[in-house]
Design a protein around this ligand. Structure first.
Ligand SMILES: *Cc1c(COP(=O)(O)O)cnc(C)c1O
Length: 357
């Protein structure tokens, strides 16, 4: 199997080996030390400001998006949601469910957010902003620095869903002034799904600590309190946390966050160069490194996904909803190299020669 989806992705041999071991009991000093090391490396790689904290949630990243909406905002807020694809729209739905007043800044699929458009909302009493830094459904990378500056100017609580951008695109939490950064185990961390990480700057720690949240599992103050000793309120996905530990240390040994970002960027650039000779159109105006969405000019996108899966053992990532037959995505994250890109391109060329593309 060769997996070019954007989660779960291919894991390194070391991460797979950890996954093959027995899962230990976790209320121990040994496991606490693993968790505290995970926290330190996460804060370092996110370039989080001093006195930031991280919690490890046993849920997919949508659970963390929901936890952040529930713990950081109330009916007294007025938040701006960047709604340029299915992940942006998820934040809109979460604000609806939890009755957080919001305005959706709608963008067309593939469209980037420019300064003029954002500043239409300047000085209008917004208290927070929710954005998916890489809107993975269309592969658009939003400018975290530009949005951060806008949030600072307007004194807004700035939430970044970096689920697919963390370690794929440059992101400096301290510099852009983000209050919260969310990511998940199955994207660039290249571990099995099941864990999502919420990094909180000091202003988020303070806000969460004083929140009155009507939830037991999604009580982030409780998660923060337990994490002071490297623990979680309830049984976490222990095995995946051990795999994350192996993976974070692997990244550190290979040069840290910037080296991993450069590796993903090179993997994306190599693919984008090689795909040019085939009949596809690029979809995104401001492409993120993690994923390349493509529009097949002569064929159905979902059929290409099925052909590659059934006849070549290669997985690309189909799109959902109204993009299902027009767009598929090729991921550049996880344990992949340039030769793997060539394998995929050769399979696509083969489909082309058979008139299926
Ligand atoms: C993958 C992803 C998520 C989370 O998806 P889950 O299925 O809940 O893990 C959220 N936001 C973005 C931008 C993503 O790429």
């Amino acid at each position: 199997m060769l997996n070019f989806t954007i989660g779960p992705v291919m894991s390194s041999e070391e991460v797979c080996a950890v996954g093959g071991e027995q899962v230990p009991y976790f209320r121990t000093p040994e496991f606490s030390n693993v968790m505290l090391e995970n926290e330190q490396l996460m804060l370092k790689f996110a370039k989080a400001p001093e006195n930031s904290r991280a919690v490890f949630m046993t849920n997919s990243s949508t659970g963390s998006m929901e936890a952040v909406v529930m713990n950081c905002f109330t009916a007294a807020d007025k938040v701006l949601v960047i709604d340029g694809g299915s992940f942006g729209h998820r934040f809109v739905e979460l604000c609806e469910i939890h009755e957080v007043p919001y305005v959706a800044l709608k963008l067309n699929h593939g469209q980037k957010l420019n300064r003029e458009r954002l500043y239409e909302y300047d000085g209008q009493g917004f208290t927070g902003l929710l954005v998916n830094i890489d809107e993975t459904s269309t592969g658009v990378l939003y400018d975290s620095e530009m949005i951060g500056e806008f949030c600072k100017k307007n004194n807004m609580f700035f939430v970044c869903d970096c689920v697919s951008a963390f370690l794929a695109d440059p992101f400096d939490m301290a510099h852009c002034g983000a209050s919260v950064m969310i990511t998940g185990s199955q994207k660039v961390l290249a571990c099995p799904p099941g864990i999502s990480i919420i990094v909180m700057a000091p202003n988020a720690v303070e806000r969460v600590t004083n929140a009155k949240v009507r939830s037991m599992y999604f009580n982030l103050a409780d998660a923060l309190k337990n994490m002071e000793r490297g623990q979680t309120p309830f049984t976490p996905a222990v095995g995946i946390l051990l795999q994350i530990n192996a993976r974070l240390k692997e990244i550190e040994r290979a040069g840290g966050a910037d080296a991993e970002i450069a590796r993903v960027a090179a993997q994306a650039a190599d693919f984008r160069e090689k795909i040019r000779e085939l009949p596809f159109e690029f979809v995104s105006e401001s492409p993120a490194n993690g994923v390349t969405p493509l529009h097949p000019v002569n064929a159905d996108a979902y059929e290409i996904f099925t052909e590659l899966k059934d006849n070549y053992g290669i997985w690309i990532c189909p799109n959902g909803g109204d993009m299902k037959s027009t767009v598929f995505r090729v991921g550049h994250i996880g344990h992949l190299n340039h030769d793997d890109n060539t394998t995929l391109i050769n399979a696509l060329k083969d489909l082309h020669s058979k008139g299926k593309l």
